[in-house]
Write a protein that binds this ligand. Structure first.
Ligand SMILES: NC(=O)c1ccc[n+]([C@@H]2O[C@H](COP(=O)([O-])OP(=O)(O)OC[C@H]3O[C@@H](n4cnc5c(N)ncnc54)[C@H](OP(=O)(O)O)[C@@H]3O)[C@@H](O)[C@H]2O)c1
Length: 291
């Protein structure tokens, strides 16, 4: 099976290197710039195509690894320029879109998939290393899905299959966990800054706490991992927090209350069963967007 890549950026190049290491036959790359295609081809001992046509014609499996906005353009180009006329497996790797974005290719006999690595890749070298421990989600046509599953089994990557219509919600979850975690840390570090602890120092000081929480979640699950004043039902402590935040930044107070409400709900599952305390805590968080 010959594998071609359209889009020689971080993910396309790293995926090619990764698959090559596992003895897959990488045919080559086409990219917006020939330079990127050449770089990826050199790393995978494959060919850089100046023309899209030759890469598409000779590939059995095509990865579209352009930036998300370009995927449908590539799809249109493949059709408008008559580049696809026979059965191919076409896969994109975006988390945001489902395989539906490739739907038009089905009329040419293609099988379409989205294969998403649950990982954040900053550069090619680290991406190749990270890929080994990455879990993938996969969705698309039933007929040839085994081909992609076999690749993941060969590379030793864990994966799960989702329904095409679930892709948007799947991506919401991934973004909340990855991106909102960053915003959450920025929120805490900004509060530190108001008392003279800069973000760098603050991050280093908080890192063991963050790491401990992640470890606890890993070992116990979210409900049992929760610690702190809400889990203990320390109503007075929460009142002091609200008082301290009131004078600093109203937006931070809103955020505190919204996350506080969400935290009460987590606490109720395992740690906090005292209904009177739950009621008092919910009243304190009143007016938040989460209610
Ligand atoms: N990076 C991540 O953390 C990550 C994680 C999971 C999934 N993904 C997904 O992986 C895909 C690729 O992301 P990336 O991070 O690798 O992006 P990237 O590094 O920006 O690479 C995108 C590549 O697409 C090429 N390209 C753009 N328009 C093109 C066109 N019309 N024809 C051919 N090539 C074109 C660019 O080529 P030139 O270099 O030649 O200009 C660029 O190298 C996206 O769907 C993204 O959502 C990324």
């Amino acid at each position: 099976m010959k594998i071609g890549f359209i889009g020689a950026g971080k993910v396309g190049t790293a995926m090619g290197v990764y698959l090559k290491e596992k003895n897959y036959n990488i045919l080559g790359y086409y990219s917006r710039t020939y330079e990127s295609a050449q770089n990826a081809a050199a790393l995978t001992n494959s060919n850089a195509s100046i023309k899209l046509e030759s890469l598409v014609k000779n590939s059995d499996l095509l990865f579209i690894t352009t930036n998300d906005d370009e995927i449908s353009n590539i799809c249109n180009r493949l059709l408008d320029e008559g580049l696809i006329n026979e059965e191919k497996i076409v896969v994109h790797m975006s988390g945001a879109d489902s395989s539906k974005i490739l739907e038009k290719l089905k009329k040419k006999g293609c099988y379409i998939y989205s294969l998403h690595p649950l990982q954040s890749f900053a550069d090619i070298k680290s991406a190749v290393k990270d890929l080994q421990h990455t879990v993938f989600s996969l969705e698309g046509d039933k007929e040839k899905i085994k081909v992609i599953e076999d690749i993941l089994k060969t590379t030793g990557n864990k994966y799960f299959i989702i329904q095409t219509e679930q892709k948007a919600l799947y991506h919401v979850a991934a973004c909340v966990v990855s991106n909102y975690l960053v915003s959450l840390l920025d929120y805490g570090l900004s509060i530190f800054e108001t008392i003279g602890i800069d973000k760098d120092k603050g991050y280093k000081a908080l890192y063991p706490l963050i790491q401990g929480s992640i470890e606890n979640i890993k070992n116990l699950g979210t409900s049992k991992a929760l610690t702190g004043p809400i889990a203990r039902g320390d109503v007075n402590t929460i009142e002091k927090h609200i008082e301290a935040l009131k004078n600093i930044n109203p937006q931070w107070l809103d955020m505190y209350k919204t996350l506080g409400f969400a935290t009460i709900e987590v606490a109720q599952k395992e740690k906090l069963k005292n209904l009177e305390k739950i009621d008092k805590l919910k009243k304190i968080m009143k007016g938040c967007n989460y209610e």
